[in-house]
Write a protein that binds this ligand. Structure first.
Ligand SMILES: [Zn+2]
Length: 545
């Protein structure tokens, strides 16, 4: 089958624009939807690569800048419809942000805003502190993590942080409106993005124990069956506290305090108090307190091998928020531990420079973002800046090796490969800001977005409701059982995964090229789940555009 693979949403007028053909052809046309030819170009043969298994041909039409809706025609094939325009990503951005609203847990949904995706309040009972004498605690609220109904402190902190760093780096994110209930502040209402993040911050505050330590997660003992969240009535447990959760919460609370200060100083004070209390616990408990599931429990483990990157992030974020050198000293110590650990045992699964890793487990890159925001222009700031730029250079090098211009190697196609891509796109975005050459990394960011939105071997947009052939069957409990045809729009799929770790995925041939290790099926939790921290980096990247 011959196909023209393209970003099914479209392009900004001045961005690079390309389609990838998997068949030989000399020329291509770009035509309006009513058939008028507006551009003709030559097709360039690129050849094969190890990630797609395709013999690729490239149709570059970057010169076309006129706003409109188009198709590519080449040979006897035609592409999906795509747009060129200044506002081409507006719906996408709104949808991706609004997903956090639909994932709210507790009594936070309102049918006026959730429409057909409204469900009754869920998980409203008190949670039992696991292993205690029946001590119970209110931890209602926050976002469901993913296809399941668990709420996890590290994953939640990282997702909220991507959004908050997005606000710190790109002020335009504050203007994005996505139709959620208004939250008053001292100057009218909070911007939507801050109203939404506040839901998770309020929940994370409840996850803090009296002494400052933070519970790793609140879930039922085992994953709920496929049912609506309000029907999941099993007992909720607060599982053990961990130093990784405590550090991540300290970090995100300090970061949040810097953002909410302008809108609500009392709330910012509460955020900072939470951060300081957790940090104080970390100082009193210098040994890693890691987390593993208790026997028989199968909800997300979110385990990490050490807590150095988490402690580095906490120290860096508190330093940025307070300017107190005490935290900088701590950050320097933890950074060395991060580097030492990475040398002795290459950080799990991550192909890049560990100082740029942006979650969910390795979070040194998030600490790096705080150091870059502080911008002391000292040795630490220079080192972080260099790491981001060097990593971005590595990524653009990788992108030159395949026809899709994608900054991914075959090793990057792991569980949640789209998050690997989005983290890389965040790095390229940050490096673009640090670099003198203003457009050096934009091409690789665009190619990454194009891949996500349909310019890939599967010919699928990995964001629901965005693109003519967007995936439709996420591994997501409400979507599976709500009797509504389409899932809500804006969900990012985990994407291709060479590991093929679920039963249905295992039926795929084992020798598929990495980009094709995917199936749009509700049962494929290793290929097609959704999570809050796969949506959040896309918000950061779109904010930069
Ligand atoms: Zn819930």
């Amino acid at each position: 089958m011959s196909r023209i693979l393209i970003d099914q949403v479209g392009f900004l007028p001045d961005s690079s624009k390309r389609a990838v053909l998997d068949f030989e052809c000399e020329e291509f046309d770009v035509r309006t939807v009513d058939g008028k030819c507006v551009y003709t170009g030559s097709v360039r043969h690129f050849g094969g690569d190890e990630i797609s298994g395709e013999d690729t041909y490239i149709a570059d039409f970057s010169e076309l800048t006129e706003t409109g809706k188009y198709r590519i025609l080449a040979g006897s094939e035609e592409s999906c419809i795509f747009s060129i325009g200044e506002n081409v990503y507006e719906k996408l951005m709104r949808d991706v942000c609004k997903c956090f609203y639909y994932l709210r847990c507790g009594d936070a949904l309102n049918s006026e805003y959730a429409g057909q995706y409204y469900h009754d309040p869920c998980h409203m009972s008190l949670a039992t502190v696991y292993g205690s004498d029946g001590i119970k605690k209110d931890v209602t609220g926050g976002w469901h993590d993913a296809g399941d109904y668990g709420r996890y402190s590290t994953a939640g902190s990282v997702a909220a942080a991507h959004l908050l760093y997005g606000v710190r780096f790109f002020k335009g994110l504050l203007d994005v409106e996505f139709d959620i209930p208004k939250v008053p502040c001292n100057s009218g209402n909070l911007p939507d993005i801050l109203a939404e993040v506040r839901v998770e911050l309020d929940f994370l505050m409840k996850m803090q124990r009296e002494d400052g330590a933070v519970y790793h997660k609140v879930t039922t003992f085992c994953h709920a069956p496929f049912e609506m969240p309000q029907d999941d009535k099993e007992e909720l447990f607060l599982f053990a506290v961990s130093s990784i959760a405590t550090a991540d919460v300290a970090a995100v609370m300090a970061l949040a305090a810097t953002v909410y200060r302008d809108y609500d100083s009392d709330y910012a004070d509460r955020l900072m108090d939470t951060a300081l209390k957790s940090y104080d616990w970390l100082i009193k408990n210098p040994e890693p307190l890691l987390f593993y599931n208790v026997e028989g429990s199968n909800t997300g483990q979110y385990d990490e091998a050490e807590d150095f990157s988490n402690r580095f992030w906490a120290a860096a974020s508190l330093y940025e928020a307070t300017g107190d050198d005490r935290y900088k000293k701590d950050a320097l110590i933890q950074k060395e531990k991060v580097l030492e650990f990475d040398k002795s045992a290459k950080t799990k699964g991550y192909q890049g420079d560990v100082l740029t890793c942006l979650g969910w487990a390795e979070v040194a890159g998030l600490g790096g973002l705080s150091i870059l925001l502080k911008n002391d222009k000292d040795e630490l700031c220079r080192q972080i800046s260099e790491s981001f730029v060097k990593e971005a250079d590595r990524l653009t090098g990788v992108a030159e090796k395949n026809g899709f211009g994608l900054c991914m190697k075959k090793e990057d196609f792991i569980w949640g490969s789209n998050m690997e891509l989005l983290k890389y796109m965040m790095i390229l975005t940050v490096a673009d800001r640090l670099s003198e050459d203003k457009s050096k990394y934009r091409g690789a960011v665009q190619a990454g977005l194009d891949y996500l939105l349909g310019c890939n071997s599967m010919d699928i947009s990995y964001v629901t409701g965005n693109g003519e052939r967007a995936f439709k069957n996420p591994h997501l409990r409400p979507t599976a059982v709500d009797d509504i045809d389409e899932p809500w729009p804006g969900l990012v799929s985990g994407g291709p995964n060479r590991g093929l770790q679920d039963e249905l995925a295992m039926t795929l041939p084992g020798d598929l090229p990495p980009m094709k290790c995917y199936m749009d099926h509700v049962q494929c939790y290793s290929l097609n789940e959704i999570t809050i921290y796969w949506n959040s980096p896309l918000v950061f990247v779109l904010a930069s555009m």
